[in-house]
Write a protein that binds this ligand. Structure first.
Ligand SMILES: *[C@@H]1O[C@H](CO)[C@@H](O)[C@H](O)[C@H]1NC(C)=O
Ligand SMILES: *[C@@H]1O[C@H](CO)[C@@H](O)[C@H](O)[C@H]1NC(C)=O
Ligand SMILES: *[C@@H]1O[C@H](CO)[C@@H](O)[C@H](O)[C@H]1NC(C)=O
Ligand SMILES: *[C@@H]1O[C@H](CO)[C@@H](O)[C@H](O)[C@H]1NC(C)=O
Length: 209
């Protein structure tokens, strides 16, 4: 894992940008798992996500079945088009509504991303051991850092590296399925209706700091 991560980082930082005809692809509707780790190797969250690519909505619920010392219990519902994030607590039916300053997220390549390279993870010659990825990079809003992400040829996200202050994050996405299994997860829970906006956060990953 660490070696793969270092290689990914190395490629991202050193690769020179290629042909300009590459346009970022956009991921489809998805369900899957996401883990968020900081560069000290601490798992900040692991859980399931549901993503609506058309309406640009994302739900992330951490999975408490394997808690680590550093992981957080999180339940987030994000509306990237309106720049809103809900922090949900279904147990005591409470909710916090926040404004997202930066609507970038790990499941989709930003439109202004730059193509870095095409890489063969696994084996280029053994068909069933092959994972062809394309790598993209770009700057965060206000140049507060940069990101590097890789996706499969069908535009399913694989991993993302956010290099920001004060903490950098590595996000790994697994077990992706190309549909929305439970659309209710993308609806605002009744107990969140009419909630005032409590604060503005830079981006969804501020929740993991
Ligand atoms: C994604 O799912 C939503 C809600 O089910 C649907 O309206 C939309 O058309 C789907 N988008 C794609 C690209 O399949
Ligand atoms: C929690 O994670 C385990 C292991 O990956 C998985 O089997 C299980 O379905 C997950 N539970 C939820 C509620 O996502
Ligand atoms: C959790 O972290 C604390 C300090 O951060 C440490 O003392 C403790 O041993 C850790 N527990 C486990 C189970 O890793
Ligand atoms: C709900 O629970 C969380 C912790 O689990 C707590 O921080 C919060 O204050 C609670 N909210 C209400 C309204 O009880």
């Amino acid at each position: 894992m660490y070696a793969a991560f270092m290689l990914f980082l190395f490629m991202c930082m050193t690769a020179t940008t290629h042909a300009e005809h590459h346009q970022p692809c956009h991921s489809p509707n998805m369900t899957g798992f996401m883990s968020v780790m900081n560069l000290k190797g601490e798992v900040k969250a692991f859980g399931s996500f549901t993503y609506d690519a058309t309406a640009k909505k994302l739900r992330f619920k951490s999975n408490d079945s394997q808690p680590t010392n550093t992981s957080q219990a999180l339940d987030l519902l994000m509306f990237f088009e309106e720049g809103t994030l809900y922090e949900i607590d279904t147990k005591n039916q409470s909710c916090e509504k926040k404004t997202l300053q930066c609507t970038m997220h790990p499941l989709d390549i930003p439109d202004d991303a730059t193509f870095v390279s095409e890489i063969n993870s696994g084996s280029a010659s053994i068909l069933e051991e092959q994972l062809k990825l394309t790598m993209w990079k770009g700057s965060m809003l206000d140049n507060k850092g940069h990101y590097c992400m890789s996706v499969t040829s069908g535009c399913l996200p694989v991993n993302v590296f956010y290099f920001t202050e004060p903490t950098s994050f590595f996000i790994s996405i697994t077990d992706v399925e190309k549909d929305i299994k439970d659309p209710d997860l993308l609806a605002v829970p009744f107990f969140c209706h009419g909630q005032p906006v409590e604060e503005t956060v830079y981006s969804f990953f501020n929740e993991f700091m």
